[in-house]
Design a protein around this ligand. Structure first.
Ligand SMILES: *Cc1c(COP(=O)(O)O)cnc(C)c1O
Length: 211
C-alpha cells in the first residue's frame, strides 16, 4: 500500500505512513510531539479534531482570527510562541471550504522555525482543480506532514484508512507512536483498488462540482 501511494505521488515508500483514517495520524502527531503546556496553532473554524487532540493532550489551541473564514498565514506566524509544537493548516478546510493558496505556502514555510511541525491536512485534495503542491517540502526534508485520506473522494470513510506523507525521518518518528496492526486488511484491499479507480474519482468530482 505504501509503495502504491508513493509511486502515485512520486515519493518514496519511506515517505508514507498509513493510519486508521487520517484522524489516527493526527493522534500520532500528538503522541510524537505534544506535552501538557505546549501550544498548537490553527485558525478559527478549523477542522475540529485538531482542538480535540490538543485538549486530550493537555495542550492549548491558539486559533487565529478568520473573519472571512480564511486562514491567514501571516497571522499564523505572528501567533507562534516558544511553546508552539504543531501548526495545522486544513487545506481546504472543513467546514468552511477555504483554501490557502500555493503562492502563500512557500514564503510561510521559509519563516516557520524548524522546531515546529507544519501539518497540511489535504483530506479534500482530489476535489481541487489546481491544488497547491506540498510535496516539494516533503522532498526537501522540512518539518512537514501532509495528510490525505480515502474517506472523502474515494468514499471509503467506514473502512478507516488514510495516510501521511512526510520526510523519512518524520515518518520514522510517527511509526514509533502507532500500534503494530493499526490498519486492517479489508481497508488495505479497498484503498489499493480505489487508488487507481480514476473513473470513480472523476465521476465523484463531477457530481460534487455540479452540486
Ligand atoms: C474527513 C477529514 C479528515 C479525516 O478523515 P479520516 O476519515 O480520519 O481519514 C481529516 N481532515 C479533514 C479536514 C477532514 O474533513
Amino acid at each position: 500500500m505504501c509503495n502504491a501511494i508513493a509511486t502515485k505521488l512520486g515519493l518514496k515508500p519511506e515517505n508514507v505512513i498509513l493510519g486508521n483514517g487520517s484522524n489516527e495520524v493526527i493522534e500520532f502527531l500528538g503522541h510524537a510531539f505534544l506535552n501538557p503546556g505546549d501550544d498548537v496553532i490553527t485558525c478559527q473554524c478549523a477542522f475540529i479534531v485538531y482542538k480535540l487532540l490538543a485538549t486530550a493532550f493537555g495542550v492549548r489551541t491558539i486559533e487565529t482570527p478568520s473573519p472571512d473564514y480564511q486562514q491567514n498565514l501571516d497571522d499564523t506566524l505572528a501567533a507562534i510562541t516558544p511553546k508552539t509544537r504543531i501548526i495545522f493548516i486544513p487545506n481546504p478546510n472543513n467546514p468552511t471550504g477555504t483554501l490557502v493558496s500555493h503562492a502563500a505556502i512557500a514564503p510561510f514555510m521559509s519563516k516557520v522555525p524548524s522546531s515546529i511541525t507544519v501539518v497540511f491536512d489535504e483530506a479534500y485534495f482530489e476535489f481541487l482543480d489546481d491544488p497547491p503542491d506540498t510535496r516539494p517540502f516533503v522532498r526537501d526534508g522540512g518539518n512537514v506532514v501532509v495528510l490525505r485520506t480515502f474517506s472523502k473522494i474515494h468514499g471509503l470513510a467506514g473502512l478507516r484508512i488514510g495516510y501521511a506523507v512526510a520526510p523519512a525521518e518524520m515518518i520514522q518518528v510517527l511509526h514509533k507512536t502507532r500500534q503494530p496492526f493499526n490498519v486492517n486488511s479489508i481497508a488495505h484491499a479497498g484503498a489499493l483498488a480505489a487508488l487507481d479507480d480514476e473513473a470513480h474519482l472523476r465521476k465523484t468530482k463531477r457530481v460534487v462540482d455540479e452540486g
